[in-house]
Design a protein around this ligand. Structure first.
Ligand code: AMP
Ligand code: ZN
Length: 464
């Protein structure tokens, strides 16, 4: 018997009991990165949230199918039909082809996911450019049913034909119309209509363009998510996630296209994460100066401490980023690691009481802050043996993706970045059996105030 999971559904604005379409299975689609630049740490909040959602279902014994798309074409800087193609922007910025840009930043994205303990082998990552025929097919079926029309610069979806268009995001279409700038495309029938296919400019060959029944061009941004979610998860699937910025345009358009093309239900639960903000506001990639996970790592933070930081806030609440706040999480996470190093055992058993409290918090709309609080209550609880605490903690860590089973001495010691780097070099030189270099590095580390012992579990470091 599966326990009850409750999630806030943007569609109904209510917390609802989760009921899968197929017993014991859950299908999830998460809007993924536009790979024209590194992910900023705010984007990563969306994926840590999606991964925690996935882990919750796995821990509740569901069979999970989870798709995250890679947007490598068609996403404009204004999220609509104006502005510049983000991929072309990246290409110009770096003097590389769009294809090279896409590869570079897709690889960087996967590296970030791995560092955050988001296991890429457990996901399907379809690329928009690998699914052009599927997108064309979907546009054709919309055209056949009378939902699409052709203008001078592309094929558009006629939102007036979908009566429920404004319902999902509670859009004030009248207000949008009166507040609109002078439209660049005067052939658009309604202010909310959006491009399904854009034509390449007549006097220019784009780096990414394809033949289509309407002319050479490329897909609009929204159609990829309808085409790829339905290809991998079916016309009707359980959960769709993304940041709250996607509600009024991207997800509203996805619903319109999908429902009109198939005539079926599309998604049962729409679950959206709130933003990571800083002193200026929403953290965004488009601001030229943004924080990446690599920068945090270079500054000496463990990426899992960043994951821990994200979990201390509820996914539907705005979270303020500051280095002071991250430091507090870093210290708390290290304390946990240190506790695990000291109490590692294979003898204990999971405390039913704490497992239930933890599950209750988690199943209550993914209440990760309460889960984190349960971890600390567990550790402070004097009525439990350390062995049982450790074993219960391992269960909690696995569900939250905190990697505490990997706790090693060197992780727990508060080490400056340069010492970490020397340790990494030393590890490499030992793997290459370069003992001379390894000894030299040990001395350098010693000079910085840390001693290294080689054990069968690797290098053990302590402060001297
Ligand atoms: P993008 O790569 O810009 O298409 O965004 C990828 C994902 O990150 C989307 O689900 C966005 O909604 C989400 N996102 C963007 N900025 C933030 C932020 N500051 N905090 C949380 N999520 C964000
Ligand atoms: Zn999407």
């Amino acid at each position: 018997m599966l326990s009850e999971i409750r999630l806030y559904n943007t569609k109904t604005k209510n917390i609802e009991e989760f009921k899968p379409i197929k017993e014991g299975e859950v299908s999830i689609y998460s809007c993924g990165p536009t790979v024209y630049h590194f992910a900023q740490i705010g984007n990563l909040r969306a994926y840590v949230f999606a991964d925690t959602l996935r882990r919750m279902f796995v821990s509740a014994h569901y069979n999970v199918k989870h798709v995250i798309n890679i947007t490598d074409v068609g996403h404009n800087t204004d999220d609509g039909d104006n502005g510049e193609d983000k991929m072309e922007k990246g290409s110009r910025r770096e003097g590389k082809s769009v294809w090279d840009i896409a590869k570079l930043y897709t690889d960087a994205y996967f590296k970030d996911l791995i560092a955050l303990n988001i296991p890429i082998k457990d996901y399907i990552f379809p690329r928009a450019t690998d699914h052009i025929p599927e997108q064309i097919e979907l546009i054709r079926s919309l055209e056949k049913k009378g939902y699409a029309y052709v203008t001078n610069d592309g094929v558009y979806f006629d939102t007036a034909k979908f009566k429920k268009y404004a319902d999902f995001a509670h859009l004030d279409v009248e207000g949008l119309r009166s507040g609109a700038r002078v439209e660049e495309n005067t052939e658009k029938r309604n202010i909310t209509d959006f491009a399904l296919w854009k034509f390449s400019p007549k006097d220019e060959k784009r780096q990414m363009e394809w033949e289509s029944p309407w002319g050479i061009g490329f897909p609009g941004w929204h159609i990829e998510c309808s085409a790829m979610s339905m290809k991998y998860l079916g016309h009707h699937f359980d959960i769709h996630t993304g940041g709250i910025d996607h509600i009024p345009v991207h997800h509203t358009n996805e619903i319109a296209q999908s429902v009109c093309a198939t005539g079926e239900k599309f998604v049962n639960y729409w679950v959206h994460n709130n933003f990571l903000i800083d002193a200026v506001g929403k953290m965004a990639k488009s601001s030229d100066d943004f924080l990446t996970l690599s920068t945090l790592i270079e500054k000496g933070y463990d990426p899992i401490a960043y994951r821990y930081f994200l979990l201390t806030a509820h996914y539907r609440k705005e979270l303020s980023f500051s280095f002071e706040a991250l430091d507090a999480s870093n210290v708390a996470y290290k304390k946990l690691v240190f506790w695990c190093v000291e109490h590692k055992t294979e003898e204990g058993s999971i405390s039913k009481h704490y497992k239930n409290l933890f599950k209750e918090s988690l199943y209550d709309d993914l209440g990760t802050p309460a889960c984190v609080a349960q971890i600390w209550n567990l550790i402070k609880d004097e009525s439990l043996s350390d062995n049982d605490k450790y074993t219960t903690l391992m269960y909690m860590s696995a569900v939250l993706g905190l990697n505490l089973h990997l706790a090693e001495k060197e992780k727990a010691v508060d080490m400056p970045h340069n010492v970490k780097e020397l340790l990494n070099h030393r590890k490499k030189s030992r793997e290459e059996k370069n003992w001379e270099e390894s000894d030299k590095l040990r001395d350098e580390i010693l000079n910085l105030g840390f001693s290294v012992k080689d054990t069968e579990n690797g290098q053990e470091v302590s402060k001297i």
